[in-house]
Design a protein around this ligand. Structure first.
Ligand SMILES: Cc1ncc(COP(=O)(O)O)c(C=O)c1O
Length: 354
């Protein structure tokens, strides 16, 4: 059984052992899509301070101060923000809010939308991005739509004008559009400026990717205040802990880090992409720190995944992404040194597979 997510090295190592592959104990992890620049110093210092000072007191269950900090950064009101224990909890909260209703999910997409909808008994319909490009008529039978922008697993960015048209149609029909912007810090193109015009727009964010703190768990929702009040009423008290809250306190001091991350990504992706194209691999048109890689000589990419594991490289399978289903692998853009190890292994694959 393939692990549900990237970054799950224990599950993948068990699987490789089952398949008889001795990959050694230290795999280079290209399966998780975290910022390889690591945790910014300012965030780390804020968390250390909070561990010492805040561990012995309950956080404010309404998170007023932290929502205020985010509100000024996002240029919205405190009432338009709710915090969650990771983007994952934000997804589940929204699904809970629409319990029993009809959800559409744009595929291929992050698997937790479907799981959250199932758990909260929503009726699910899957749509392709082509459905969206061709017409908006398809949304008739849904109460809300989940879409991921930039998308996981492709890294691609749905054009804003398409979403605006969709929001207009949905607004007239009383439908909601949920846009997961978990990776928006890498691409810099959020839909937050549309919140004022569209009370039916719900944005989901994660800070675990850009600041490389998945163990800390921090996400938030940006939406109309009525939606935020409802989400608050459904939340487990104190689900966001003091350490996670301290990440928000450091946010005003991360501006340079965020600029540096985007600059690093632009340069690194250009290098990696050029090298991959030279080797005749196909890559998705990504705007973020991961991409889909296809070997046109392969149908199913399990063979390539296992080969790379044998070279000490862990990649993300795509078996549980509808419409992709193993026909590609997902890789993170990592540091130059690590990317060179990957490229070397892929060259070896090319030389042995041709
Ligand atoms: C698109 C997307 N949204 C949300 C999440 C959840 O992130 P978090 O760690 O903040 O719960 C992930 C994690 O991989 C993701 O890929």
């Amino acid at each position: 059984m393939w692990p549900q997510h990237g970054g799950n090295s224990t599950a993948i190592q068990n699987l490789l052992t089952m398949k008889g592959i001795d990959e050694g104990s230290d795999l280079l992890d290209f399966s998780a899509n975290l910022n390889p620049l690591g945790i910014p110093d300012t965030v780390l210092q804020s968390m250390q301070k909070s561990l010492l000072k805040k561990s012995s007191v309950y956080p404010d269950p309404a998170y007023i101060e932290e929502r205020g900090i985010l509100a000024s950064i996002e240029d919205v009101k405190t009432e338009n923000i709710w915090l969650a224990n990771g983007g994952a909890e934000a997804i589940f909260l929204v699904a809970h809010m629409f319990k029993g209703k009809r959800a559409g999910i744009f595929q291929p997409a992050f698997s937790e939308y479907e799981r959250a909808c199932r758990i909260h008994q929503l009726h699910i319909k899957h749509f392709s991005y082509e459905d969206l490009i061709e017409s908006e008529a398809f949304i008739q039978d849904t109460d809300l739509l989940f879409l991921c922008r930039p998308n996981n697993p492709t890294g691609e960015m749905l054009p804003e004008d398409k979403i605006v048209r969709l929001l207009e149609t949905a607004k007239q029909a009383g439908q909601y559009i949920v846009v997961d912007e978990a990776f928006v810090h890498f691409s810099g193109s959020s839909l937050a400026h549309l919140l004022g015009a569209f009370p039916n727009l719900i944005l989901l964010r994660s800070l675990t990717k850009i600041f490389a703190v998945p163990g800390i768990r921090l996400g938030y929702v940006l939406a109309h205040e009525q939606i935020i009040r409802k989400l608050e009423s459904l939340s487990v008290p104190w689900s966001v802990n003091a350490m996670a809250l301290s990440v928000i306190h450091a946010l005003p001091d991360t501006k340079d880090f965020l600029i540096a991350a985007k600059e690093w990504l632009a340069e690194e992706w250009q290098y990696v992409r050029n090298e991959l194209l030279k080797m005749k691999f196909q890559v998705s048109d990504t705007t973020v720190n991961f991409y889909l890689l296809r070997d046109p000589l392969l149908q199913n990419h399990e063979q390539l995944l296992l080969f790379l594991a044998g070279e000490g490289i862990l990649v993300r399978h795509t078996v549980n992404f509808p419409l992709i289903e193993g026909s590609a692998i997902r890789l993170a853009v990592r540091t130059r040194e690590e990317n060179m190890v990957l490229l070397k292994a892929l060259r070896k694959w090319r030389n042995t597979s041709c």
